[in-house]
Design a binder for this molecule. Sequence first.
Ligand SMILES: Nc1ncnc2c1ncn2[C@@H]1O[C@H](COP(=O)(O)OP(=O)(O)OP(=O)(O)O)[C@@H](O)[C@H]1O
Ligand SMILES: [Mg+2]
Length: 250
Amino acid sequence: MKALSLNGVTKAFGGLVAVNDATFAVETGAIHGLIGPNGAGKTTLFSLITGFYRPTAGRVELHGQDVTALSTSLRARKGLVRTFQGTVLFPDQSVDQNIANGLLAASQGSLRDWIIESSSYKHARQEEVERLLAFSRLTDLRHAAARDLSHGQQRVLGIAIALAAKPKVLLLDEPFTGMTASEKDRLVEMLQDIRRGGTTIVLVEHDMRTVMRLCDVITVLNFGRVLTEGTPEQVRRHPEVMSAYLGTAA
Ligand SMILES: Nc1ncnc2c1ncn2[C@@H]1O[C@H](COP(=O)(O)OP(=O)(O)OP(=O)(O)O)[C@@H](O)[C@H]1O
Ligand SMILES: [Mg+2]
């Protein structure tokens, strides 16, 4: 079963075709890498998958259902959740308050205000905050203001907030950027745990060592087009992948 299927997805910004006829699928339960040089169209593709942008042409399916015309929030309710390339947090609020905000945001539209304010719901929410703090290994930092965390810890908190929405498919845009080696190791384990919990992951990442050790399948984008797709080993050996990266670095 495919978690995601893209068929001919295209996005033009005026004369610039940022994503050009992208066709590929993501298997349910996979960690699927999406790589390519700067400006290849990776973030734009995430925005098309999640509904921040409407495609100029093409179709996006989530678990076999056409979601191309659905809003971002409807797609989120179906389990399609993203993180952003930059860190998006409430910087002055504590770590646990940020996670609680994520839970509240995720429940909006599915629960009425009076349920949200009922004590049994508050209790359940508190338990979920505890679970997410422990899962992301942020329990010891729960009372710290988000802005006082290290860059890497802020990224992990961003993922914990995304997990509050109980994603079936989680799209991560460069989560490893700016992390220390040990923070990277910990995030690798966390993503493997998330996948073990049944969530499909699509990972945009420039850190090739991490992409290669984490992903089952990798799709390579170049100038908005799918250049190739395969296992990490196949992609590593593909001659055009190397030249695509060198070409933009020159
Ligand atoms: N809203 C927009 N309006 C116009 N052009 C855009 C817009 N968003 C992206 N682009 C252009 O589309 C192309 C793809 O950009 P995108 O951000 O998707 O690349 P990327 O693969 O995520 O790059 P990076 O690795 O640097 O994050 C770039 O040429 C970019 O300048
Ligand atoms: Mg990007």
